[in-house]
Design a protein around this ligand. Structure first.
Ligand SMILES: [Zn+2]
Length: 257
């Protein structure tokens, strides 16, 4: 096992924690370097009528950093600075270029992103970043895609492994046992006070029990399908699908998780 570099490209401050927090914490414990790119400023993520957009953005930026630290992710998060809730109005070309630049800067072996190929994703920001990140990772090793990046010293980067998550996942082929990491996932989520208060719809000072119960129920239902106490599941592709052909020949690739 050689430590890898992981890049998580998401829309919002808490997407990573929700969708892959246990897996990310497990990878961090394996010695992986993990970096996060958040596309929006998260300035609409509150139900508090008295909060301004700027106040909300500042609060959520801080929460994102705390959540990342709990999971073992580099707390220096890269924010692309787009307006929350309006990412889908950004031209795909532009967002893809931003994602490709991030890939070439952070040089990941592994990408985590929203899956663009699943149904029932109602958040426009998730849909937008899913396409941009996926397409960027598919072509970031082609030097003639955004050759201007080279002028900044950014080299083409091949992303061999991609974990896609979704609210309604399809074609799941990778389940990760997070039984030993479920508490860290809950801890990380609880750093996102703005979001957890909304979800718990409970005592704003004591939202942890209800969040913990909900997250454990979800992870347990995934775990039951895969033979683990708690799990997260993904559609994973490795080496542009070549893994599939190897399997047909009885060959398997090494797997850290
Ligand atoms: Zn989100």
């Amino acid at each position: 096992m050689s430590p890898k570099t992981v890049l998580v490209i998401v829309a919002h401050a808490d997407d990573m924690e929700f969708m892959a927090g246990g897996t990310i914490a497990r990878m961090a414990d394996l010695g992986y370097t993990i970096r996060e790119v958040i596309s929006t400023n998260n300035e609409r993520g509150t139900l508090e009528p008295g909060w301004s957009g700027q106040f909300t953005a500042d609060a959520r930026r801080e929460e994102a950093s705390r959540g990342a630290q709990v999971l073992g992710v580099d707390p220096e998060i890269e924010f692309l600075g787009y307006e929350d809730g309006r990412l889908s109005e950004t031209p795909l070309n532009e967002l893809r270029e931003k994602c490709m630049r991030a890939i070439r800067r952070h040089k990941p072996d592994v990408l985590f992103a929203w899956d663009p190929f699943t149904p029932y994703e109602e958040h426009q920001d998730h849909r937008a970043v899913a396409w941009a990140a996926t397409e960027a990772a598919s072509f970031s090793h082609f030097p003639l895609y955004h050759p201007e990046h080279r002028d900044e010293g950014l080299e083409p980067q091949y992303v061999g492994e991609r974990y896609f998550f979704a609210k309604s996942p399809r074609d799941v082929n990778k389940a990760v046992d997070i039984s030993a990491y479920i508490d860290r996932k809950v801890d990380a989520l609880c750093k996102h006070v703005c979001q957890m208060q909304m979800l718990a719809d409970a005592d704003p000072k004591d939202f942890r029990p209800i969040i913990e119960a909900q997250i454990k129920a979800w992870a347990a239902s995934v775990g039951r399908r895969h033979g683990f106490e708690y799990a997260e599941e993904f559609r994973r592709t490795r080496f542009n699908g070549i893994e599939r052909w190897g399997r047909a020949l009885g060959q398997t690739l090494a797997d850290d998780l």
